[in-house]
Design a protein around this ligand. Structure first.
Ligand code: ADP
Ligand code: MG
Ligand code: MG
Length: 893
């Protein structure tokens, strides 16, 4: 620096041994592992010293077409020299060799990156020094491990090359276990391993420590661009420019006998969130032995051992002094990072070393408990606690789940398409599912894939499993909307409907047999697995109350059945944002009346039928108003094209013809005439209302009579908001608002009770968004119907299995499914514009959204930012929207 010339980039940062160049704040530069090693060292924790090549080296390496930036060499040499001083050992030295591990470490922990190489620096020469210090057997065992690891990770040779050699050797000697191998045996293995490398690669295994080091560094940077890493980055939105760091760290040995050990721990229980030390360890072991599953690790504490009913002695008893020190370290780390930590440690001959710390991954349940506990402990604020939980994670907490202690016998794995868990008997047919469910049976619908014809079966089923289809397949989308657990794309599943079985991996499950579906994990389990119900009080209630204090957006629900309305209310809905009245017409005892209304040739005929429908509609609304009290209820008048109500099958046709006394030919002709060739945009919504105003008049009357009745019954004044669908211009709304107002006036004067109400419209056509300024002259509220608005804006719809968009996402045409997240350059822009134009005309106009987007966290934040009054979503997503609305406020500050 100094003279203002090129500021030299610093490529290498040292840590440990009394001084560290870096800290946790430099995570982007040092990667997560390197930054936290530096931070732990600075906290005075026992970290084996080492150094980190920064992520900028990685970026430069690729910018320079896979060669290293100038000056790196010298900096690595310097860092090595400093490391030699700190450890009192010398890299490549025969008598007193410094051995290191080489560890990758990106900003975000990333599977797919190079595996860690341990014991680097061992050679024919240095192994002697290690043997002199720690014994010959240990030294040669370490050396052969290093050759195998390095050959695999850096040189790309297969593990089994080495496993065969070892097995053959043991056979020839009549050995069963590695423990029977003596120093001389390992020495022999080392030479056979090296011969194998020479044989496979045509060059010798590197014996020079520096050559080994640069080989391993190159392998880490190379792994940044391997297929697995690239795929992982793509799936997780990690930019390639971030790069990975490389950590070179002096070795400590957990495999130097019974006073040595290695282990992993969490400062709290990552599955329940309980404030108990959690983890496992192995004595006389190194590195990944704990997770590799070769030996079964022992529990870390007495409490854990009891919980697991383990006979193994816990670390707490095997090494009480180390255990005490480790729990102190855990406390220090939690207090420092103010979050639950996932730590890796090694004990070398009774001395504890810390090798890694990071914020621990946890289940949604644990995230909730830890956030609330830490806020109560004063470690974090309530606002921070709110931000510690991703709104989407809540989904896992709102459905029954498999109890964490349950035994799992996995039949097949697929995609975790819709969370929650359910138990039931296997059914392959949707009609059968519906029939059995009506008879009170719990069923699980198992299909190759689903289509709209399966809706009733899906609704009847407790859970859905499909062999084909992705996260946006028909099954997945519908199941999430219904709140049904779903596993889809379980590709190994072979369904033989004829034989009434499905087969998978040599197993058979017959129709009628009981399975359990774990939608959160994407697993199908055999038999009935123990479940737990969601707990909406306790920590959940506490966190939601904190979120409610913070948020500005109101949260309503889309619901029309009393059951759904009740669920939504329990989940904290503050009103109904969309009550679809047509759903009330499909009921078995009503549809004949609806059909006779449609088929009536005259206004008088229609009115006679509507007369019969009026009390039915009224009682629907009464129930809803009773539940919602004085909270607003947006009720949408009839929307779909009339052909949806007409019979479809031949049998139904005959039945309707018989009961209405109509000639079947005439009936068919009528049904054909009603058929919309473009059902999305045809004779429907307000257009129907304008052609047949008596339909809307009846519905409006039912709404106001119900509101007045409930007001006099309960004393609470319902707040109806009558919504006209599919409006494109002000004129349409003028005509229909007059119909609604007339009905209101009539009911109020007949009953002598006057209630407040609003008349507004759904904005679901681009034209309505463009005309929002004029429409707001009449409309008292807008509700953005973003499902249809998305289709009409993009000019596309999902096909029934959602496949059209899947291919669009795969090809990167849409980064995110626009039907789930408001695209700010399209639909979102229209919503923003319409909101502005609406407000410019009528400053207090009430604005909300009732599309699927109302339950999508990113879209909720968007709605907050453009100043909507509320979002409305399906009942099960209400808490998600409440939390997202709080995040919207807190993330701004
Ligand atoms: P991962 O990113 O897969 O967790 P790490 O780099 O953390 O890989 O290495 C895995 C394990 O290797 C560590 O948990 C630790 O047990 C062991 N290890 C890494 N470096 C050292 C070292 N310097 N001394 C002893 N063991 C080490
Ligand atoms: Mg690790
Ligand atoms: Mg619509």
């Amino acid at each position: 620096m100094g003279d203002g010339a090129n500021v030299e980039t610093k490529w290498v940062y040292s840590f440990g041994g009394g001084s560290s160049d870096g800290s946790a704040a430099l995570k982007n530069l040092l990667g997560g592992k390197g930054a936290n090693l530096a931070e732990m060292a600075s906290l005075g924790l026992p970290v084996p010293p080492g150094f980190t090549l920064t992520t900028e080296v990685c970026t430069a390496y690729y910018d320079l077409e896979e060669s290293y930036p100038g000056g790196l060499d010298a900096e690595v040499d310097e860092a090595l020299k400093a490391l030699e001083q700190k450890t009192g050992k010398v890299f490549g030295d025969a008598a007193n060799p410094l051995l290191v591990s080489v560890r990758s470490g990106a900003r975000a922990s990333m599977p797919g990156m190079m595996d860690t190489v341990l014991n680097l620096g061992l050679s024919e020469v240095t192994v002697q020094g290690l043997a002199a210090k720690a014994g010959e057997r240990f030294a040669y065992d370490s050396y052969r491990r290093f050759i195998q690891m390095y050959s695999n990770v850096v040189l790309g040779l297969r593990h089994d090359t080495f496993e065969y050699i070892l097995d053959d050797y043991k056979d020839s000697q009549g050995f069963e276990l590695d423990t029977e191998m003596e120093a001389g045996d390992w020495k022999e293995i080392v030479s056979q391993y090296k011969a194998a490398v020479q044989d496979k690669l045509g060059k010798p295994f590197p014996d020079d420590a520096r050559e080994q080091l640069w080989g391993a560094i190159g392998a880490v940077f190379g792994s940044w661009m391997n297929d697995r890493a690239i795929l992982y980055r793509k799936l997780n939105d990690i930019p390639a420019e971030w790069g990975t760091a490389v950590n070179v760290q002096s070795m400590v040995f957990g495999n130097m006998g019974e006073t040595s050990a290695t282990g992993v721990a969490f400062t709290r229980d990552p599955s329940t969130g309980g404030n108990t030390f959690y983890g496992e360890f192995l004595t006389n072991a190194q590195g990944e032995d704990v997770v590799a599953g070769i030996r079964t690790p022992a529990p870390i504490s007495r409490a854990r051992a009891d919980e697991l009913k383990s006979d193994e002695a816990p670390l707490e008893e095997v090494m009480p002094r180390v255990y005490k020190q480790l729990t102190d370290v855990a406390d220090t780390l939690e207090a420092h990072y103010r979050d639950m930590q996932d730590i890796e440690f090694t004990v070398e001959d009774g001395v504890l070393y810390m090798l890694q710390t990071r914020n621990g991954k946890r289940t949604a349940a644990a995230a909730l408990k830890i956030a609330v506990d830490m806020a109560k402990e004063g470690l974090i604020s309530e606002d921070e606690a709110i931000l510690r939980l991703e709104p989407a994670q809540l989904d896992q907490l709102l459905h029954p789940t498999i109890s964490p202690s349950a035994k799992r016998d996995v039949v097949v794995k697929g995609l975790p398409a819709s969370p929650g868990a359910a138990v039931g008997q296997v059914v392959f047919d949707s009609n059968e599912a519906a029939h059995l469910a009506e008879a009170g049976r719990a069923v699980i619908l198992v299909r190759v894939e689903t289509s709209p014809e399966d809706i009733h079966g899906m609704h009847a089923a407790r859970a859905i499993v499909t062999a084909r289809g992705g996260m946006t397949s028909h099954a997945a989308v519908v199941a999430r909307g219904m709140g049904r657990p779903c596993v889809c794309g379980a590709g190994n599943l072979q369904i033989d409907t004829e034989a009434g079985v499905f087969r998978v991996g040599g197993r058979e499950v017959k129709k009628g047999e009981i399975i359990t579906v774990d939608g959160a994990e994407g697993e199908v389990l055999f038999g009935e697995v123990e479940m737990q119900q969601p707990d909406l009080s306790g920590d959940f209630g506490v966190l939601m109350a904190w979120a409610d204090k913070v948020r500005k957006l109101n949260v309503r629900t889309n619901a029309e059945t009393p059951a759904d309305v009740n669920v939504a209310k329990e989940f904290g809905a503050e009103g109904i944002g969309l009550c679809r009245t047509e759903h009330m017409f499909f009921d078995a005892e009503r549809i004949p009346v609806v059909r006779s209304m449609i088929l009536a040739g005259s206004k008088e005929g229609r009115e006679a039928a509507l007369e019969k429908l009026l009390p039915m509609q009224r009682s629907d609304f009464e129930e809803i108003f009773r539940i919602m009290g004085e909270q607003p209820c947006t009720i949408r008048l009839l929307d779909p094209p009339l052909h949806e109500f007409m019979p479809h099958s031949e049998a139904e046709m005959q039945e309707v013809a018989a009961s209405s006394g109509m000639d079947i030919k005439a009936l068919k002709a009528q049904a054909d005439a009603l058929h919309e060739s473009n059902p999305m945009l045809g004779h429907r919504g307000c257009r129907l209302g304008i052609t047949y105003p008596e339909i809307y008049a009846m519905q409006a009357r039912a709404i106001f009579e119900a509101a007045v009745a409930v007001a006099s019954e309960t004393g609470a004044k319902p707040v109806p908001e009558v919504m006209i669908p599919l409006v494109g211009t002000r004129k349409e709304l003028d005509i229909l608002k007059a119909v609604v107002d007339t009905a209101a006036k009539a009911v109020f004067s007949e009953t002598g009770t006057v209630l407040d109400y609003l008349v507004g419209t759904m904005i679901e056509l681009p034209r309505a968004a463009l005309r929002a300024g004029q429409i707001a002259e009449t409309a008292e509220f807008f509700s953005f119907g973003t499902n249809d608005l998305t289709q009409t804006t993009l000019g596309i719809s999902r096909d029934d299995a959602g496949r059209f968009l899947t291919s669009y996402e795969e090809q990167g045409i849409y980064e995110k499914d626009p039907f789930v997240t408001i695209d700010q350059d399209g639909v979102g822009e229209l919503v923003r514009m319409a909101a502005e134009r609406g407000r410019a005309t009528r400053s207090g106009i009430k604005l909300g959204i009732c599309g699927e987007h109302g339950g999508d966290p990113a879209s909720v934040i968007f709605c907050h930012n453009i100043g909507l009054d509320y979002v409305s979503c399906s009942p099960y997503r209400v808490p998600i929207a409440r939390l997202a609305a709080a995040h919207a406020v807190l993330n701004k500050g």
